[in-house]
Design a binder for this molecule. Structure first.
Ligand SMILES: Nc1ncnc2c1ncn2[C@@H]1O[C@H](COP(=O)(O)OS(=O)(=O)O)[C@@H](OP(=O)(O)O)[C@H]1O
Ligand SMILES: Nc1ncnc2c1ncn2[C@@H]1O[C@H](COP(=O)(O)OP(=O)(O)O)[C@@H](O)[C@H]1O
Length: 181
């Protein structure tokens, strides 16, 4: 919960399968947070893996270390007033619980889409590569994804647009007191 300090930012932690819509919804959230006057930053798995986590791959241990780093940096940003979007598959519940315990103002969003739909979308061609045997550890297809049990928000992307998803998340943030002075 918000501790009532209006200088505090928060972390919206979007988890879900590859191609579910984490990055797309983050982009919509960024626009809204900027309109509300927040400094905002997105920690997108793909991008972070080119920098902070360039040494890490996709074993469970590496994904865990990657999530730990992202949680740590997000915590620093949020406590300095930044509205942070995290767009990370973060496939294990324990990784997300660690982030929740680390970060004071933490909102978990499960971006939920059936695997078949993610495979049809396949925005980066990864599912096709997995089907052809070029990738052996793609989350959802060959590797574990543990659904959140108690997220603050569940977005079913088959039922809503990216704009609608962002509005739902913003309503929850409002309800939790993150926009109050
Ligand atoms: N084996 C495997 N499994 C999952 N994802 C893979 C893999 N190989 C490459 N990619 C690409 O890396 C992006 C996922 O990075 P994340 O940092 O979000 O993943 S994780 O949280 O560490 O599981 C992911 O991006 P998104 O599609 O945006 O989720 C993929 O583009
Ligand atoms: N309701 C929706 N919310 C988010 N993305 C959607 C939705 N409907 C269709 N899409 C499409 O699904 C794809 C999701 O890709 P992306 O945001 O990169 O996913 P992720 O970051 O989870 O891997 C995009 O091509 C996006 O346009």
């Amino acid at each position: 919960m918000n501790n009532g300090n209006s200088n505090n930012g928060f972390v919206v932690w979007l988890t879900g399968l590859p191609g579910t819509g984490k990055s797309t919804i983050s982009a919509e959230l960024t626009k809204i947070f900027q309109e509300k006057g927040f400094c905002t930053e997105t920690m997108d798995g793909d991008e972070i893996r080119k920098g902070l986590s360039a040494d890490l791959g996709f074993t469970k241990e590496d994904r865990q270390e990657h999530a730990r780093r992202v949680a740590f940096v997000s915590k620093l940003l949020a406590r300095n007033g930044v509205a942070v979007n995290v767009a990370l598959i973060s496939p294990y519940r324990s990784f997300r619980e660690h982030a929740r315990n680390e970060i004071e103002n933490f909102v978990e969003v499960y971006v939920k889409t059936p695997l078949e739909v993610c495979m049809e979308r396949d925005p980066k061609g990864l599912y096709a590569k997995a089907q052809q045997g070029e990738i052996t550890d793609l989350t959802g297809y060959q590797d574990t994804y543990e659904e959140p049990l108690n997220p603050e928000v569940v977005i079913d992307t088959c039922d809503t647009t990216p704009e609608g998803a962002a509005e739902t998340i913003v309503s929850k943030l409002d309800e939790l007191g993150y926009f109050s002075n």
